[in-house]
Design a protein around this ligand. Structure first.
Ligand code: BGC
Length: 272
């Protein structure tokens, strides 16, 4: 278990989609860094409540609450920020993590499944970033808490640059996040707001369980990873905490790939 540390002490962190997988690991890690955590969930109420309890018990100085909302609904995202500010005073870190996959060959993809993925993965992250910026600017700089006015972390994917046949809605949403993140950096960097993305590769979670849980699936995945290990959610949690902390203060407008080298096209090791 990560040792309690205090890199996010006195900072409030909203993590969307935190009841499972990568979001859960990010929430735990930021909790262990002393942050106050808002565990957002859409359907995993019990898991979210257990996680919030775990964080409040195990963190040195951070507390956690849960908040249910569908990040693709503006009124619900606004309500989440309102509740967070009422409870903890403000927000310093937003990890826009909630994401879904609904896969189809493109010529069979119903418009509703294209739309749903874009709504959650891209519009949901836009709404969270927007509310974060409004709150960062309202609150102003708090000396001694963080050198930045606020930090936004988008949970992207290696598929912001790797095309993905059969998953065009997902890849398009992640490609869109790259431009969203860079545009926010350009627009709000002068306000000392940092905006970055993390791009996980193949991380063992529910979203890709049908692949890594079979022998052939896991072997196929490993062929795509030069480091020859499938990732675990904690690989992302620790990077997110560092990226939210002042240790990475000068990183702005960047995607950090946490993928064991997946973006280095291992298919070319013996070919091409
Ligand atoms: C997807 C996973 C996939 C990984 C690598 C992620 O963004 O959600 O399903 O295993 O990318 O392809």
């Amino acid at each position: 278990m990560q040792k309690p540390n205090r890199r996010l002490e006195n900072q409030t962190c909203i993590i969307t989609g935190a009841s499972s997988g990568i979001g859960k690991a990010v929430a735990k890690s930021m909790g262990m860094e002393g942050g106050n955590i808002v565990v957002n969930y859409n359907s995993g109420k019990k898991e979210a409540e257990e996680l919030a309890h775990w964080i409040s018990e195990n963190s040195d100085c951070g507390q956690a609450i849960v908040f249910k909302c569908d990040v693709s609904k503006e009124s619900e995202v606004k309500a989440m920020f309102k509740k967070t500010i009422a409870h903890f005073g403000t927000v310093e870190v937003c990890v826009a993590n909630a994401g879904i996959q609904i896969d189809h060959p493109l010529h069979e993809m119903p418009l509703k499944d294209w739309q749903k993925v874009l709504d959650v993965n891209l519009t949901g992250q836009f709404l969270c970033a927007k509310e974060s910026i409004i709150e960062f600017k309202r609150r102003g700089m708090r000396k001694g808490v963080s050198k930045s006015l606020g930090k936004i972390i988008h949970m992207s994917s290696v598929h912001e640059v790797i095309p993905w046949a059969g998953h065009a809605n997902y890849a398009a949403s992640k490609g869109g996040l790259l431009m969203l993140m860079e545009s926010i950096c350009q627009e709000y960097g002068p306000d000392k707001i940092r905006c970055n993305s993390i791009a996980p590769g193949a991380i063992k979670t529910e979203i890709n369980k049908d692949v890594w849980s079979t022998k052939e699936g896991a072997e196929g995945m490993l062929k795509l990873i030069p480091y020859k290990r499938i990732g675990i959610p904690e690989d992302i949690g620790s990077v997110a905490s560092w990226l939210a902390s002042d240790e990475s203060e000068y990183i702005n407008g960047t995607t950090i790939f946490v993928d064991g080298g997946m973006t280095c096209y291992p298919g070319f090791t013996t070919n091409g």
